[in-house]
Design a binder for this molecule. Sequence first.
Ligand SMILES: Nc1nc2c(ncn2[C@@H]2O[C@H](COP(=O)(O)OP(=O)(O)OP(=O)(O)O)[C@@H](O)[C@H]2O)c(=O)[nH]1
Ligand SMILES: [Mg+2]
Length: 262
Amino acid sequence: MSGNTRTHIVRPRRICNNWRVISEDLRDAFASTCAVVPAYNEGASITNVVRAINEHMPGSRVAVVDDGSRDDTALRAREANALVLSLPVNLGIGGAVQTGFKFALANGYDYAIQIDGDGQHDPSEAHHLISELLADHADIVIGSRWLGRGDYVAPRNRRYGMKFLEFLVSWKAASHFTDTTSGFRALNRRALTLFAEHYPSDYPEVESIILARHHGLRVKEVPVSMKPREHGTSSIRGYKTLYFMVRITMVIMLGVMNTDNS
Ligand SMILES: Nc1nc2c(ncn2[C@@H]2O[C@H](COP(=O)(O)OP(=O)(O)OP(=O)(O)O)[C@@H](O)[C@H]2O)c(=O)[nH]1
Ligand SMILES: [Mg+2]
């Protein structure tokens, strides 16, 4: 899948009416990519998310991890042609995402890309992340909403929290990260192997950057656009925001997370 930069025209499967130019290498990469979609009560958004992934990542496998939803998330995802991994109980984002990573690893995928089920991430930008893996520029590529693409506006409190985390993680990881809470991220097999085994349970995005760096993985950001969620309920609200900030600061400062890869 490497070294060949020829391009040719393919007509993406279903739905999309436009001709799209993608490189053969990227097309092959999509065919060995599992899109992991964590979803908890995302019935109002999941159909469009799955459809957009199928449209913009032709050949990829879409695995929706239904995290014990009480609505029709699983049904709608299945109707949209996704593979649905149904968890019998709600594990939280970390457990849901790790389930998807385990599935991708066990089924021989070279790449996985996390795309949230609430519609905040745009699958038409997935190729920006996958291309970086394909070129072997990184083991993990994070889509950052703060690198000049799009016009995402975070609520003021969250903005302060994000700035603080930017500073904390960049210091601890010895590398500058602008969007430590972004769940839009792609992994190669090396990263998949680590995260299938070790992945933080609560609010895992921030901790997982430190974990990856601790294990010598290369983590890189690329610009993406992001939308606020339109439906459903955010996991970060009210007192939980405070709990999250205190917990993550302690975890990072004390280095208490499980970094043993044996
Ligand atoms: N809230 C919540 N989301 C979960 C859970 N398990 C999986 N998810 C999914 O994980 C993804 C990220 O969760 P969000 O609550 O959107 O977190 P976030 O994107 O940081 O927060 P917002 O910007 O407010 O959307 C979504 O697709 C959720 O459906 C869970 O137990 N609770
Ligand atoms: Mg979200």
